[in-house]
Design a protein around this ligand. Structure first.
Ligand code: SF4
Ligand code: SF4
Length: 311
C-alpha cells in the first residue's frame, strides 16, 4: 500500500465517508468563476469577490502546495423535523460542522505528519477561498451535479467537504468522469425560486439558502413568497435528487438534533427569545444567521402562511 492509500484508509478510520487526492494546480475555473461574479450571482456575499486568484489556484493560498487531500463527511440526519413545521437545512440539525470536521482534519494532518514530519500545509472546511466541490470531483470523490453540489455515486450529496492542502507529492486519483446527471433535471424543476438558472449555474440571490442565511438585509420581495416553509436554508434540490435515495443516516453523535430542536414549530419560533435561541442554537451552524436573522425568517414564512390562508 502506498502512502496515499494509507491516508485514504486513515480518513475512513477517522470517520470520513470518502477521501481522494489530486494535484494542487490552477483549477482553470478562472474564466467561468469571473463570469459568474460579473453576472452578480454571488449576491451580497462580497467575500466571494475577494482572493479570487487564491480561490482559482490553491498554490497561491498555500505556498508550495503540491497535493489536495479531499474528504467528505456525512450529515444526513437520522431524525427529522415533521414536514408541517418550518424546515431547517439538514446540515444545521446538530453541532456546527466547522468544529466537528476540522477536528477530524487535524487528526488526519497529524497522521501525515507522523510519517512526514517536515510536511507543511493547511486544512479547511468551508473556511477559506477554496473551490471545495471542484477539488473533491478532481480527487475522484464524486461529480458536480446540475444543482452545483458534489454528488457521490451510491451515497448522494448530504456531505460536508473539507481538504488538506499539502506541500507533499502524493499519488493522485482519477475523476470518475463516467458519472453524471444524464437527462435528469429534477432539481431545476423543483427549485421554488428557479435559482438554478441553467444546469450547473446557481444564482445565489434567488436561492432560499442565501436569502435565509447569508443575506444580512431584508429578504428580497420576489423571493419571500416562495420560501416554501424554509426558515433556515433549503434542501429541496437535494431532496428531489435521485442520488440521495442512497443517503444513509450519519453516525456522528454531535450531529444528533436535540429533542428541543425536533419539537420546534412555528408558534415556538415566533415566541422564541434570545435566551432560548442561544440555548437551542448556541453551538449550531444556525448561529450564522444570528437571532435577528432567524426571527426575520420566521416573520417571512409567517407572512407567506397568512397569505396562503387568505387565498
Ligand atoms: S437550495 Fe432551494 S432555493 Fe436554493 S437552488 Fe436548491 S432548491 Fe433552489
Ligand atoms: S436532481 Fe438530477 S439533475 Fe439535479 S443534481 Fe440530482 S441527478 Fe443531477
Amino acid at each position: 500500500m502506498n502512502f496515499s492509500d494509507e491516508i485514504k484508509q486513515q480518513a475512513l478510520v477517522l470517520g470520513f465517508d470518502a477521501c481522494g487526492i489530486c494535484r494542487a494546480q490552477d483549477s482553470e475555473q478562472g474564466t467561468y468563476y469571473r463570469q459568474w461574479l460579473s453576472a452578480g450571482y454571488q449576491a451580497g456575499m462580497d467575500y466571494l469577490e475577494r482572493n479570487v486568484d487564491k480561490r482559482i489556484d490553491p498554490r497561491l493560498l498555500v505556498p508550495g502546495a503540491k497535493s489536495i487531500v479531499s474528504v467528505a463527511f456525512n450529515y444526513f440526519p437520522s431524525k427529522f423535523l415533521p414536514d408541517d413545521v418550518p424546515q431547517f437545512a439538514y446540515y444545521a440539525y446538530g453541532l456546527d460542522y466547522h468544529e466537528v470536521v476540522k477536528n477530524k482534519l487535524a487528526l488526519l494532518f497529524d497522521f501525515i505528519r507522523k510519517h512526514y514530519p517536515e510536511v507543511n500545509g493547511r486544512f479547511f472546511c468551508d473556511s477559506a477561498p477554496v473551490l471545495e466541490r471542484y477539488w473533491a470531483a478532481q480527487a475522484g470523490i464524486g461529480f458536480i451535479g446540475k444543482n452545483t453540489l458534489l454528488i457521490i455515486p451510491g451515497k448522494g450529496s448530504y456531505f460536508f467537504l473539507g481538504e488538506l492542502i499539502l506541500d507533499l507529492e502524493l499519488e493522485y486519483d482519477t475523476p470518475p468522469i463516467s458519472q453524471n446527471c444524464g437527462s435528469c433535471r429534477h432539481c431545476l424543476d423543483a427549485c421554488p425560486t428557479k435559482a438554478i438558472e441553467q444546469p450547473y449555474v446557481m444564482n445565489a440571490r434567488k436561492c432560499i439558502s442565501y436569502q435565509t442565511i447569508e443575506n444580512r438585509g431584508d429578504i428580497d420581495a420576489d423571493i419571500q413568497p416562495l420560501l416554501s416553509n424554509n426558515v433556515y436554508g433549503c434542501d429541496i434540490c437535494q431532496k428531489v435528487c435521485p442520488w440521495n435515495r442512497f443517503a444513509k443516516p450519519n453516525r456522528t453523535p454531535d450531529f444528533l438534533p436535540s429533542e428541543e430542536f425536533l419539537s420546534l414549530d412555528l408558534a415556538k419560533l415566533q415566541a422564541m427569545d434570545e435566551d432560548s435561541y442561544r440555548h437551542i442554537f448556541g453551538r449550531s451552524a444556525v448561529e450564522r444567521a444570528k437571532f435577528s436573522g432567524l426571527k426575520r425568517n420566521v416573520e417571512a414564512i409567517s407572512k407567506t402562511r397568512d397569505n396562503s390562508l387568505l387565498l
